[in-house]
Design a binder for this molecule. Sequence first.
Ligand code: PLP
Length: 452
Amino acid sequence: MARAQFANKGHGRYAKTMRGNIVHASAGELSYEIREIVDFGLELEREGIKLVWENIGDPVAKGETIPDWIKEIIMEAIKENSTFAYSPTKGLLETRKFLSTLRTKEGGEKLEADDILFFNGLGDAVSKVYTYLNKNARVLGPSPAYPTHSSAEAAHAESHHLTYQLNPYRNWLPDIEDLRNKIRYNEAISGILIINPDNPTGMIYPERVLKEIVSIAKEFDLFLISDEIYSNIYYGPEKFVSLSQVLDGVPAIVMKGLSKEIPWPGARCGWIEVYNKDKDESFARYIKTINDAKMLEVCATTLPQKVLPKIFSDPRYEEHLKNRRDAYKERAETACKILGEIKGISVVKPSGAFYLTVVFDQDAISGDKTIPIKSEKIKSLIEKKVATLKEGELDKRFVYYLMGGAHICVVPLSGFNTNLYGFRMTLLEENKEKFEKILKDLGEAIEKYLSS
Ligand code: PLP
């Protein structure tokens, strides 16, 4: 009977909803524009164009080769049977002990091996940290926001992510007044997130700003989360300081990982370091829940944990990191030199991570701009795609035209939970000539678009 009714509605045999609502209340909060744009890019490539992929922060996919000595350490680990075994839920003890000693050497607050917990990539850690936080407790994050954090936080609360502003006209520094006011007028805010060095802006939180955030956390009795997956990728005038060095007793979770610095994103290895758990009972209970949840999953991948101490303590590692910093520094300078001359946009030279974020001036961008596209087929695909956009999705419009007209794929800034219009590209292209060509093509495309 029910089936007949649906058929009569003309939706076809399967166009019905289930008797219970199986859609999660936060279904609309999950978005990851960095990868969502890929499907459309691949559709364009099937029509014969070759795109330059500037969307994903994977240095290996972009051509970086891993030094042989690192591969040799991994090959040695593969020869041991124990590498194929489960590891303890928190992670291999010797690796956690190694990290706890390393933090002491760096001058951070006390970190016991027991207060480190490994995950299958930091993405997994981010998901668990918000999933097991009480639904009514909110974490205030930066805007623009790396979408894994903002989506996971929004999903846990079944509401939009709450943010404080990073100001593109003040080197992307956080607006501390905005942050303080958001906290003062919202009792639900229980934590503050920082991403340091930041994705997508490349900003590094100066020590004095970190201390201000710590003091706000103290004043309002909050915990802190600091995502420091890019902590070894800094090359600007601002010195990188880990939150663990300025905590002054505030409960905090510091997040680290191997994806960006070895770089080894395919290892799926990230971990959290928990500070000052003993200072706050409910924070300690929250951390126990995360640990218990990880126990249900047994453990994180063993191989990267096994080789981590050997790689990090090898004298060649520091040199490896330095070479990478030097390369990003040079590329950041080149990018700012080429794009910095273009009218209608602002570009802040990044100090860390490996992204560059471009912001359009508010009055420079509108919903009728285009870039000439030679192929009729590609043009029609772009126009069809643009027609699906909602009003005001102005940077997405630019990004689609950039794909069709200049064959470059970047991520619209609106995919980072902000109302600023712009886009994020990477500093990952290793070939100097190729990198400069991408920037020049990009610059020309921006000029054509803004003057159309
Ligand atoms: N945190 C930040 C700020 C990132 O940029 C990324 C990946 O791009 C992640 C976390 C996730 O890293 P992982 O590869 O360890 O899941």
